[in-house]
Design a protein around this ligand. Sequence first.
Ligand code: ATP
Length: 370
Amino acid sequence: MSLNVPCFRIAVLPGDGIGTEIMAACTQVLSVLTEGNAGFTLDLVFLEAGADYFTRTGEDISQDAFNTARTADAILLGAMGLPQVRFPDGTEIAPHLAMRTEFGLFAGVRPVKQYPNLPPVLFDSRSKKVDLVIVRESTEGLFAHRSEGRVIDDRVALDTLEITRPVCERLFDFTFNLARDRKSRGLPGTVTCVDKANVFRSMAFFRKIFDERAQLFPDISVRHQYVDAMALDLVRQPWEYDVLVMENMFGDILSDLGAGVVGGMGMAPCGEIGLEHGLFQPAHGTAPDIAGSGRANPTAMLVSAAMMLHWLGQRHANAHCQLAGERLDAAVTAGYAEGDFLPYEFGGTSGTMEISDRLCRRLAINGESV
Ligand code: ATP
């Protein structure tokens, strides 16, 4: 292999609960994808952080680990936090939330994709394919001042929602470019702005900036939808949507709804992307109810890793890395289509490592014929 093969440094934070289990599955698959003459390598730097680490050390993440994540080419995260482990003020241990703000990860990209052979959830969706992406603004909105909420005289509670022009402009430009990329791959390339512009000034401002930035992307069609109507449509006709962009809290709620529509949290990948950094993690939590059973569905973790490879490849103009992301994505889809596995989440009997083993075998076989 040439000495000039690029090596990407990945900060790996498995975290707590099923986070450590799905991360083991993920790193096994990544090692198959990078073996031989792959055209790039990954230097996985494992870092401790989360609730278990807090119990042992009194801090949720060390400054060193935080800095390592800051200087890495990408961050790969399992899941963090345990319900019984809290800071003295009662909040959960979630150092990755600080990464969102510190690293400016304004775009939470959450694909909602229906995989073949899975039981339909709320409707007979066998004939219509759900394949949309929610872009959740992840640094402001109702979360911007989350530690400053007030309760006055045990009578009134106040939280503040913040929308700023620079973040909105970055968010919408990112979203329109994402739609453009999807359009180039044969998808509709339509962006829907989800808000509550009929009631809140902040939301009318959000929509105004959306409309302004849309002018710069004349090849992309735009729609508007109020968040309540969007919730209805996500259940009734999700196949009618392509890319949805929304405020932080709305995105938090609707992306879980989206995950439910395609089967469950194990199918909900996520990329949190900023101008300089990218953090990739499944949208679900540590699932203490199934942790240790070996039954966690690693799909969301694996697709998040595929998103990471795709993002790294695009960012560093490395076609091999981009292709590896596409291969992983395709292998997951083919694995479901050909009945290689059915996770417990869907009533099947395929455990975390069995799914990973089968994907490794599929990737190794396909890799030889490339
Ligand atoms: P958080 O608040 O940290 O997002 P949560 O308490 O809302 O977490 P999750 O940990 O996401 O909840 O779990 C919600 C439900 O989904 C649980 O019943 C859990 O077992 C299930 N679940 C989550 N992730 C997976 C997975 N990868 N595979 C199977 N089931 C999962």
